[in-house]
Design a protein around this ligand. Structure first.
Ligand code: CTP
Ligand code: MG
Length: 372
């Protein structure tokens, strides 16, 4: 049984006040409309967008081939009706572009409920406020029983024929389920999602951004390390063994890249430094591998409530040449950090100071973390 999706995107966004249609507002790296499309595309066979009059061409170009764009109407119900005429499937989801962050999982659960025999399914959230109805003088007429109330969202799912019948009268409502209710049809409510909020005002855009992780409070730190070459030592660097190169002196395996990253993470999280956490007074860390220290650091950082956004490390030395093993180094370091994004670069210092004299290897790292 195939499924189509209608995305109602023809509103002007008066309350948002952007001066252009709300569906085209940017949320993170894409527009509200593109977020809505991305959520539904994996689970539907056809997508039809009701676009604001005059914006059909712009929206067609934005969404690309394979998506039908029709002109919307003066009301949401009229916009849905225009799109419904193009639906070619047994089931149809009707979604608001304004609910940009509803997930694919929600759409899947709506479709699963349709497949199990329901002809109208909507997502709803529990009401947390006390809700009262009022009369035309602003006096309370009744206090409603909150436990029976649900805040209804989209995507809403229907048997296409049932939705066509409901729209045949040309009636108006703020959602599609209401038209089914008018005909006495049964509408099932399943659990909605907080992140499927309807973006109506600029304040809602802030809430949406927080669902995308944009209002995280970040902290940054730097770390450096340097070790002198030591004859007879095995070289470990950036989590890798370098069998053809001379190793460095050190309490542990002397992996300056790993150590600099540990220090950057400790600095970013205010947890001290390599010495205070794994220093010579902690004999259990003598000869510890760089990878092990990274894993231990990750555990401490995680315990303190932080997650890693990314780390970078630059290795400074004449030898070894990093370039050909960069991908391996990134993989090893990232693995030790639970999959965090890592970048590795390398440089020499033109024969001067630091490691330019060829006496050893140094590394400088930066870390960006955020409070979970
Ligand atoms: N919608 C539509 N056609 C209309 C009016 C609304 O397709 N004539 C769509 C909107 O694009 C939105 C959804 O219906 O995705 C819910 O409407 P709403 O949040 O009210 O959006 P707008 O009507 O654009 O906003 P406003 O009411 O503030 O102007
Ligand atoms: Mg509106």
């Amino acid at each position: 049984m195939s499924v189509s999706a209608i995305i109602a995107a023809a509103g002007s966004g008066e309350r948002f006040g952007a001066g252009y249609p709300k569906a085209l507002i940017q949320l993170g790296d894409r527009t509200l409309l593109q977020h809505a499309i991305n959520a539904l595309a994996p689970v539907v066979d056809q997508i039809i967008i009701a676009a604001p009059t005059g914006f059909e061409q712009q929206i067609s170009e934005l969404v690309g081939d394979g998506i039908t764009v029709v002109s919307g109407g003066a009301t949401r119900s009229a916009s849905v009706r225009n799109a419904l005429a193009h639906v070619a499937s047994d089931f149809v989801l009707v979604h608001d572009a304004a609910r940009a962050l509803a997930t694919t999982d929600l759409a899947e659960r709506i479709i699963a409920t349709l497949r199990s025999g329901s002809s109208a399914v909507v997502p709803g959230l529990l009401e947390v406020d006390t809700v009262k109805s009022i009369d035309d003088k602003g006096r309370v007429a009744a206090t409603l029983d909150r436990s029976t109330l649900r805040r209804i969202q989209t995507p809403q799912g229907f048997s296409t024929q049932v939705l066509r019948d409901a729209h045949a009268s040309g009636a108006e409502a703020t959602d599609d389920a209401a038209l089914i209710e008018l005909l006495g049809g049964t509408v099932i409510v399943i659990d909605g999602e907080d992140r499927a909020l309807k973006i109506t005002t600029p304040a809602d855009l802030d809430s949406a951004l927080s669902f995308l992780g944009f209002n995280r409070s970040f902290r940054t730190g730097v770390g450096t390390d340097a070790h002198a070459f030591g004859e007879g030592r095995t070289l470990w660097l950036a989590g890798l063994h370098w069998p053809d190169d001379v190793g460095v002196e050190g309490h542990s395996d002397g992996d300056v890249a790993a150590h600099a990253i540990c220090d950057a993470l400790f600095a970013a999280t205010g947890l001290g430094d390599l010495g205070s956490n794994f220093g010579t007074n902690r004999p259990e860390y003598a000869d510890a591998s760089g990878s092990m220290l990274l894993q231990e650091t990750l555990a401490l950082v995680t315990d303190a409530g932080y997650a890693i956004s990314n780390v970078t490390v630059q290795i400074i030395g004449n030898k070894p040449k990093i370039g050909s093993r960069r991908a391996e180094a990134i993989e090893a370091l990232s693995k030790a950090l639970g999959g965090a994004p890592v970048s590795v670069s390398a440089t020499t210092t033109d024969g001067m100071g630091l490691t330019g004299e060829g006496k050893g290897i140094a590394a400088v790292a930066s870390a960006l973390v955020y409070k979970r």
